[in-house]
Design a protein around this ligand. Structure first.
Ligand SMILES: *Cc1c(COP(=O)(O)O)cnc(C)c1O
Length: 393
């Protein structure tokens, strides 16, 4: 037996599922230099426009001058430095929880939290369209793993009846490919009635949601009795890198003692923590970013509905246009690119079979005129796609 990688790659190409990496030659921002051409981009997760903010850049530069570059070691050896510690305190205060623990990526924070809390003999219940890192974490944990119907507290309830051991319910806060919100009031009440804990990964909620940018738990007014384990990532609306888990003193100590993805890795560069301290300040304080974003979301939804595009039930900056067929989604994306716009086509296995889509994301850095440009290009490209394929416009 030998590895037949070329057959595997050819198969993927034939299924219109081959992925390519656009080469970015500018900072994040609405006008991006991609593959040698300037494009108006609607696909970044930099929802508040902080990834290239001058004050955040300066905080990173000053941080590097003061602390050097590398983290140097794991947190438990000699890699836990002043800025990491200060950022953990600030994130605990921001989330209204006793403590927060800093990670280098959201993927690792999720692996860490789930595997430290449940194992053999326990149960982990996840929304079926949770982010891949949460599903991987559930599988890796060795706990009994089951997926409930999307956002369905009744389906969760049925699985809770059969659960044994410590039981953890895990959900995205904002679903990353659909943009809809987890129905946390119902899910948390169901979990609580069975003594289960709830873990929410609010990678896309922190920043855009909540009056102070505190995400979905702030949006719904929930506390640590409802959501015991709260995860946020820093590479999206915060505009920097890394992630955190916030919760009780005992939860954080448990992660420090037992979470292998926390223990066996080098700390993030301290200067990145310096940058995040600055972006946290901007994210909380500059309300106009959220307000402007909300106006753009309404403008986009109105315009897209007028074109006859199929949107999803999303109040967030993630505004997918449902296409269905992967080849058609790719074609629409390339028609937009011909018109100078960059919007990614998201295909299986990232989304369920037959639900390929264009994932439009909006940012506070976009202007209303840029959203108008997107809508004009969409109307035009959509018409062409339907003419080409003979479908009803
Ligand atoms: C992006 C994302 C992650 C991973 O975070 P990284 O810091 O990019 O590793 C985890 N969960 C969700 C829901 C995400 O969207």
């Amino acid at each position: 037996m030998t590895f037949d990688l070329s057959a595997r790659l050819a198969e993927r190409r034939a299924a219109h599922l081959y992925r390519q990496r656009p080469l970015l030659e500018s900072p994040q921002g609405p006008l991006a230099q991609v593959d040698g051409r300037e494009l108006l981009a609607f696909c970044s997760n930099d929802y508040l426009g902080l990834a290239n903010h001058p004050e955040v850049i300066r905080a990173l530069q000053d941080g590097a001058a003061r602390w050097g570059v590398g983290g140097g070691a794991s947190h438990l050896v000699i890699g836990h430095s002043g800025p990491h510690h200060e950022l953990e305190r600030a994130l605990a205060e921001f989330t209204g929880r006793p403590r927060a623990l800093l990670f280098s990526t959201g993927y690792m924070a999720n692996l860490a939290a789930v595997t430290a809390l449940v194992g053999q003999g326990d149960t982990v219940l996840e929304d079926r369209i949770n982010h891949a890192s949460l599903l991987d974490a559930g599988l890796l944990s060795g706990a009994r793993f089951s997926r409930y119907l999307h956002n369905d507290a009744e389906s969760l309830g049925k699985r809770l009846e059969k659960a044994s051991g410590n039981t953890l319910v895990v959900t995205d806060g904002v679903f990353s490919m659909d943009g809809d919100l987890a129905d946390l009031p119902a899910l948390c009440a169901t979990a609580r009635s069975k003594g289960a804990w709830v873990m929410v990964d609010d990678a896309h909620g922190f920043g855009p949601l909540g009056a102070g940018g505190g995400g979905i738990v702030e949006h719904f007014g929930l506390g640590s009795d409802d959501v015991q384990v709260l995860v946020g990532t820093l590479g999206k609306a915060f505009g920097t890198a890394g992630a955190f888990v916030a919760g009780s003193e005992e939860l954080i100590e448990t992660l420090i003692q037992f979470a292998r993805p926390y223990i066996y890795t080098t700390s993030q560069p301290p200067a990145v923590a310096c940058a995040t301290l600055k972006s946290l300040e901007l994210l909380r304080g500059e309300r106009w970013r959220r307000e402007h974003l909300e106006r753009l979301i309404a403008q986009f939804r109105d315009g897209a509905a007028r074109i006859g595009l199929q949107l999803m039930d999303s109040p967030t900056p993630i505004q997918p246009i449902l296409i269905g067929d992967s080849a058609r989604a790719l074609r629409l994306s390339s028609l937009l690119r011909e018109r100078g716009l960059l919007v990614g086509a998201i295909r299986p296995p990232t989304v369920p079979a037959g639900s390929a889509r264009l994932r439009v994301t909006l940012s506070a850095a976009h202007s209303e005129a840029q959203v108008d440009r997107l809508l004009d290009a969409l109307a035009n490209a959509w018409h062409q796609l339907n003419t080409e394929t003979g479908a009803d416009a």
